[in-house]
Design a protein around this ligand. Structure first.
Ligand code: FAD
Length: 285
């Protein structure tokens, strides 16, 4: 089913993100986690993709398992910046064979000192290429606090419009901790004529190190309220986790009350956290 068709049906669309185990670990190591996540009945689960296609096999296996064994729609991520067209062709064949219809089409991060492949420059190029090739539904990434490579928010939103025009029918945001950044982004998107449904990406705090790493990579800002939690509980992992869950729930309640069409939880493969959040918001969706 086209993931975009799940939206605007009178219910907020709930989704989770998982990442595959390392290439050197058997894919089965994530199966227990999947079973627990599936029990929470999200509307779909997205499966990340190692930059450069390092563990494409795991992405395909996990997404296919969700679709075929658990009967849950899966969204397989796919990056293009380090891939030739022939590699993308092979991956699309694998997706097709695994019953995968929904793809989150991504550029991927540019790795310093690594010459990118020149077949695809932007996610919009991948969208156009996949659309030419055949029967896939496309989602894309978007950035409430502006993508780090973009000169400014105007340039970034105009580029996002190109991705939507190239075939992305649904968007998922980068994580953010300040809902106002999301609301301002939605206004810019509307002005730019971007009318596809958007899933708001929420990352609950799992531990301090992980959040610092994510934020240094994606540039999300910390509201004062969030920084206070970090400072107070940084040396108490359980308290930090519980406060992080409470913060995420508060963000989600505000988003749903403000009309967000979708909530995408970066689960960090942690069913405990997904379960706590889901049970707190299930009556609000
Ligand atoms: P693009 O849409 O290509 O944008 C990148 C930059 O180029 C932006 O500054 C944009 O303004 C500009 N741009 C875009 N289109 C054009 C155009 N047509 N002309 C000129 N400029 C343009 N990475 C992984 O490796 N694996 C994953 O599984 C993964 N999953 C992700 C999931 C989500 C929801 C998000 C938000 C990110 C994910 N990433 C993943 C990270 C992502 O690969 C990086 O953020 C990457 O730097 C940008 O990817 P993109 O698809 O948004 O790129």
């Amino acid at each position: 089913m086209n993931i975009a068709d799940k939206f605007n049906k009178g219910k907020t669309v709930l989704s989770f993100e998982v990442f595959p185990p390392k290439k050197t670990s058997p894919v089965e190591t994530i199966y227990g986690t999947l079973e627990k996540l599936v029990e929470l009945r999200p509307d779909f689960i997205s499966v990340t993709y190692g930059a450069g296609g390092s563990n494409v096999g795991h992405t395909v296996e996990i997404a296919s398992k969700l679709i075929n064994d658990h009967k849950i729609d899966a969204l397989a991520h796919l990056t293009c910046i380090n891939s030739e067209k022939s590699h993308i062709d092979r991956v699309l064949e694998e997706f097709k064979a695994g019953g995968i219809e929904n793809i989150l089409a991504l550029r991927g991060d540019i790795v310093p000192d690594k010459e990118p492949c020149h077949d695809f420059k932007h996610a919009s190029d991948l969208c156009s290429y996949i659309k030419e090739k055949g029967n896939f539904y496309l989602s894309g990434a978007c950035y409430p606090e502006v993508h780090v490579d973009a000169a400014d928010e105007v340039e970034d939103i105009l580029n996002l419009k190109k991705k939507v025009d190239a075939g992305a029918e649904h968007l998922i945001t980068q994580l953010f901790f300040d809902n106002n950044a999301y609301y301002r982004f939605r206004e810019r998107a509307r002005i730019a004529g971007i009318n596809v449904p958007v899933s708001a990406g929420i990352m609950p705090v799992v531990n301090k190190k992980q959040i610092e790493k994510m934020v240094s990579l994606c540039g999300a800002s910390f509201p004062a309220k969030f920084s206070k939690i970090m400072a107070k509980y940084e040396s108490n992992p359980e308290a930090l986790r519980d406060a992080g869950i409470a913060y995420a729930v508060e963000q989600i309640v505000d988003l749903i009350a403000s009309g967000a069409e979708g909530i995408h939880i970066y689960t960090m493969n942690n069913p405990y956290i997904a379960e706590k959040i889901t049970s707190a918001i299930k009556n609000l969706l």
